[in-house]
Design a protein around this ligand. Structure first.
Ligand code: TXA
Ligand code: MG
Length: 340
């Protein structure tokens, strides 16, 4: 696994991508940056390369992949029909962190879509990624770059930790920490009104307001079972719990239990904890204050909490509105809905 470090100021960055383009053309895998999380990519028409994605991630074949495009003209070979309401989303929000589900074109291999007659497509915002797709000359199927059911990767350390021994991955194109830090929003556009399949980096309210279209949200923020949606997902390797009131939880906790836990919470909450429990040695990681900060830091904090020498993780919940729905979706799955 070789790492290609790039950023928007890198001169001649196209040249630096050529070896990785060759890897895709040879049927191997390349970890690509996106504005959401890192992805492990393969040519979406190359069945043997696609098989390698499932192998290295230990991902079940029942979990379909997202196809990443760099130009609208590529839609023709992967989707069958784009409803006009979806064209409004495309016009406003592509390139960007929203994936759309359409009926699939028969040219796309079944392994990409887990045998479904639909396909999930997105156009990433990251310019280097789109340039890379252009150079490859084909859309790239790419799931998040993490071992199946674990926390997604938003830092080079995570990618190396999960995949350092995997020879199927020839290159990592690394452009630093992603802008959003959490996966794309997924909208099913096969029937109108459209349906939210995954809360993500783009708020649903923004889409409905800007496009003046109807998108049905799941009741109580719980997404009905859909392919690739698992109760346990985005999970740290240690038992993880959620709490609505971290301070009162700590107050009730026997002192000798405190040192077994890493707490993940807002900056403000940490300051209060430090004041009230100033004599205790408590392990606390902060994920920021605003929803934008929290989405950006969430996976970094969960990965860090895994590595600290404590037995369990307790995370402070956030309000279930706007981007808070995305944060809570990830946290509920990370904690398998266990509350304290
Ligand atoms: O931000 C993202 O979307 C990242 C970056 C790398 O682009 N990708 C990502 O991929 O999150 P992944 O594999 O971790 O999640 C893709 C999810 C699947 O688990 C499944 O829930 C949904 O997309 N999906 C894909 N195709 C689908 C389909 N035809 N019908 C329903 N859901 C689908
Ligand atoms: Mg994933």
């Amino acid at each position: 696994m070789k790492i290609i470090h790039l950023n928007e100021n890198t001169k001649n960055f196209e040249k630096k991508l050529l070896a990785a383009v060759k890897a895709i053309k040879n049927g191997n895998l390349v970890v690509i940056p996106t504005e959401t999380v890192y992805g492990i990519s393969a040519n979406c028409f190359d069945v043997s390369a696609l098989n390698k994605i499932f192998l290295v991630k230990n991902r079940p074949y029942s979990d379909p992949l997202i196809v990443h495009i760099s130009r609208l003209s590529q839609l023709r070979n992967i989707a069958r029909y784009i409803p006009w309401e979806a064209k409004k989303i495309i016009k406003k929000f592509w390139p960007g962190p929203v994936s759309l589900i359409f009926y699939k074109n028969h040219k796309l291999p079944d392994i990409v879509t887990s045998g479904l007659n639909t396909v999930c497509i997105r156009m990433p915002e990251n310019e280097i990624t789109r340039k890379f797709i252009n150079l490859c000359g084909v859309p790239l199927a790419a799931p998040s770059a993490n071992i199946f059911s674990r926390v997604s990767a938003t830092d080079i350390k995570h990618i190396i930790k999960d995949f350092k021994d995997k020879k199927e991955i020839e290159y990592v194109i690394y452009t630093g920490r992603p802008k959003y830090g959490v996966e794309s929003t997924i909208i099913d556009c096969t029937e109108y009104p459209f349906k939210v399949l995954r809360y993500g980096a783009l708020e649903i309210e923004k889409i409905t307001k800007e496009c003046k279209i109807k998108i049905v949200e799941p009741k109580k923020n719980l997404i009905k079972k859909s392919p690739g949606m698992f109760k346990k997902h985005y999970s740290p390797i240690k038992p993880t719990y959620l709490t609505k009131n971290l301070i009162s939880y700590i107050e009730k906790l026997p002192k000798n239990k405190l040192r077994n836990i890493t707490f993940v919470c807002k900056n403000k909450t940490k300051n209060i904890i430090k004041k009230i429990f100033k004599d205790e040695n408590i392990s606390i990681i902060t994920y920021g204050e605003s929803f934008e900060e929290i989405t950006k830091n969430l996976y970094i904090c969960l990965r860090l909490a895994e590595e600290i020498n404590t037995k369990t993780i307790v995370v402070e919940a956030v309000k279930n509105v706007g981007l808070g729905k995305t944060i809570m979706d990830r946290l509920i799955k990370a904690a398998e809905n266990k509350w304290v």
